[in-house]
Ligand binder design. Structure first.
Ligand SMILES: Cc1ncc(COP(=O)(O)O)c(C=O)c1O
Length: 398
């Protein structure tokens, strides 16, 4: 029987594949260091866990309104106003099963068959898959390291066609760790307004920033025209170490929010009720744990970057946010490890995992053949061990 042609042509997530292989090796008793996972290694803060327990014990275990409980949507509006300088009405907020689900809902809501979505590469693998599943066409635009991997006006002009519907923007970025400056954002905003496009702004890493000279700016806060065409995506997964709770949200122009609500009500009913209560505590409760986790990530960021800088043939920009180091390994291409030639990042990652039990994500699926991504959402001890192994591996190349 022929299954969905659209889905059969989409590959499963490479990030999850590497994590799975590393987990299998770990389960087999091997001492694997995995720089692969895209989730904080911290426990969800105690007050948030308690809110979840309280929700269960008080019987808050039934369906909720499809877009989420009103207290949470109001709290999200307050947060977006106070932190991001954007004023939304609770009817414009839909709480979803993670930011990923918020994005998937969004693409389904805005795309008709063949509509094009500009996605800057390197890109988080799920954007293009989600666009395709929704019937759209991802248009991948390759950004440059010298431009901090941000989209320029020229990039946008080169990618634009009369089918272009939206531009994806992620800052701080997965996988590059770079943050869009006000100028970057203004260029995208001006282009979107001029060409009548939507902007999907993924702000999931907004609280994890280490570059003291940069702060997170929401593109929707620049002016009224861009606000009216911005769909802001955020959630609690990364900032509050809540990846397993599955709460994200979308804040959208009223017509888009209505469409998303229809999709959500038919396909998911609502996000997990208990997790919505926990997310309410995360957003409205004490925020000191967010800063404590950020400080840990900052220490790790400084350390991993310093170590990477000492290793020959590879290079990276210092991450400004999120928890990824994006490493150019093209200087190792053509070299051999114990007789096997490295042709690209996939070869590099396979040899590194097989020989040094260190897992990194090869970034071909992120649109960059010669880059690997190292997540530093692991302990400093493990980072040290992993970087020792990486340095040893590179020193053994011939
Ligand atoms: C850029 C980006 N957006 C969204 C998500 C999804 O977040 P969630 O776990 O809330 O679905 C991730 C997770 O890796 C991500 O890296």
């Amino acid at each position: 029987m022929e299954l969905s042609r659209k889905i059969m042509s989409i590959r499963p997530s490479a990030t999850l594949a590497v994590t799975a292989k590393a987990k299998d090796l770990k389960a087999a008793g091997k001492d694997v260091i995995a720089f692969a996972a895209g989730e904080p290694d911290f426990d969800t803060p105690e007050n948030i866990r308690q809110a979840g327990i309280d929700a269960i014990n008080s019987g808050f275990t039934r369906y909720t309104a499809a877009p989420g409980i009103i207290e949470l949507r109001k709290a999200i509006c307050d947060k977006l106003k106070n932190d991001n300088n954007m004023e939304y009405d609770p009817s414009q907020i839909i709480v979803c099963n993670g930011a990923k689900h918020a994005l998937a809902n969004t693409f389904m809501a805005i795309l008709n068959d063949g509509d094009e979505v500009i996605i800057p590469a390197p890109f988080w693998v799920s954007y293009s898959a989600m666009v395709e599943i929704a019937g759209g066409k991802p248009v991948i635009v390759y950004t440059k390291a010298e431009n901090n991997f941000m989209l320029s006006k020229e990039d946008l002009e080169g990618a634009y066609t009369d089918k272009t519907k939206a531009i994806v923007l992620v800052s701080p970025s997965n996988p590059t760790g770079m943050i869009a400056s006000r100028e970057n954002l203004q260029a995208i905003a001006d282009f979107a307004v001029e060409k009548d496009l939507l902007v999907i702004a993924d702000e999931i890493y907004e609280k994890l920033i280490y570059n003291k000279n940069k702060k997170h700016i929401s593109i929707g806060s620049l002016n009224k025209e861009i606000f009216d065409r911005t769909i802001t995506i955020n959630g609690v997964s990364k900032s509050y170490a809540m990846t397993g709770w599955r709460i994200g949200y979308v804040a959208a122009p009223p017509a888009v929010a209505k469409c998303i609500n229809v999709i959500q009500s038919h396909m998911a009913s609502n996000a997990n009720a208990i997790a919505q209560k926990a997310a309410l505590e995360a957003i409205t409760g004490p925020q000191d744990s967010v800063e404590l986790m950020r400080q840990q990530f900052e220490k790790r960021c400084d350390y991993i970057f310093e170590r990477e800088e000492e290793i020959p043939y590879i290079s990276a920009l210092k991450p400004e946010g999120a928890f990824y180091l994006f490493v150019d390994i093209s200087g190792t291409c053509g070299k051999k490890y114990k007789g096997t030639e490295i042709k690209n990042a996939a070869d590099f990652a396979t040899l590194l995992l097989d020989n040094k039990l260190t897992a990194v994500v090869p970034c071909a699926d992120f649109g960059m053949e010669n880059y690997i991504r190292l997540s530093y959402a692991i302990s400093l001890d493990d980072i040290k061990k992993g970087m020792d192994r990486l340095a040893e591996f590179v020193s053994e190349l011939e």
